[in-house]
Write a protein of this length. Sequence first.
Length: 367
Amino acid sequence: MMRIGVDGRELAGGMRTGIGRYVVEVLRAAAHDGLECVVYGDDRTRLPVTLPEVSLRRLNTGWTLWVDQVSLPRRLARDRIAVFLSPYYKCPLFAPCPTVITVHDLFFIRYLGDRRPIYDAVMTRLARIYAARAAAVIADSQYSKRSIVETLDVNQAKVTVIPVALGAEFKPESLADGVKSRYGIVPPYILYVGNFLPHKNVPRLIQAYACLDKELKDTHQLVLAGGDWEHRSDLERLAGRLSVADRVLFPGLIEDAHLPAVYSGAALFVLPSLEEGFGLPALEAMACGAPVAVSNRAAIPEVVSDAALLFDPEDVSAMAEAMTRALSQPDMRERMRGEGLARAEAFTPEQTAGRVVALLREVGLRR
């Protein structure tokens, strides 16, 4: 049995991230394929699923660079790992086995609005070294692959595009009264799920909501779901200045068990991001039967194809117009629900996490 190693430090107890979801789906696919998996984490790491042939090894805490380049390679050798998957751009440079890295986006080099020429130059150099040492590089989208090839000077043949896996739990589900009351959600509602970092463009979403006709605002709550407390206060102040504070709900982080129902109950899901390497929440929303309106930037149109309304995320009026079209036309929303469900069906385990496992197996057999 081939034994693969996976960096699982993103699986911290009580936290949910896009990278964490990625790791979980790869573990599920590997277990289904009969591979033995060793997850390498730290004191915070918790395996969110119980799977056969998946075990956890906790690395000693300490300086991250030491853990990455000394402690981790030692454990890989001790555990006789055939191939190691990093869900980040970085990997052990002198690993005792081939490594595969996943570059979801290039935010670690160049973030919107930040001018850090020295930092960016250093990170670009490091990322190029990691990519050169890796046996293979995974990108979430063709958009990300183009950015990786151009910025990191990687041969395009080395980069494999594999979409992010869609969890099996994301399917239409009734929104129970208990879930509504727990989070303060009052249907009908417009939904956003994610953090509140600048690239998510949530301030413009609030501005677009404020531009809706009074009747739409009076009947549709705007639900901004996410556990990003650091940036939440600025958004609350903005909603207050725009006189929509009483119609904008911040329910915090939605529990995993409740998220499909919250998606399913939305009159409209909106993803207004300026930049995304993939845009998983839009896909999750479509899989749950929610009509979806999204930004026309980065990888998002590639993910949703023709199954969503697209708008210019820097044009508040265009965003408000797209929301108005969807909310004012029940027939359009119903058509969008069907098209979204059909689009989500293309992201099967075999076409997503299963392909990651197949690549790991291929790389491991090259040794």
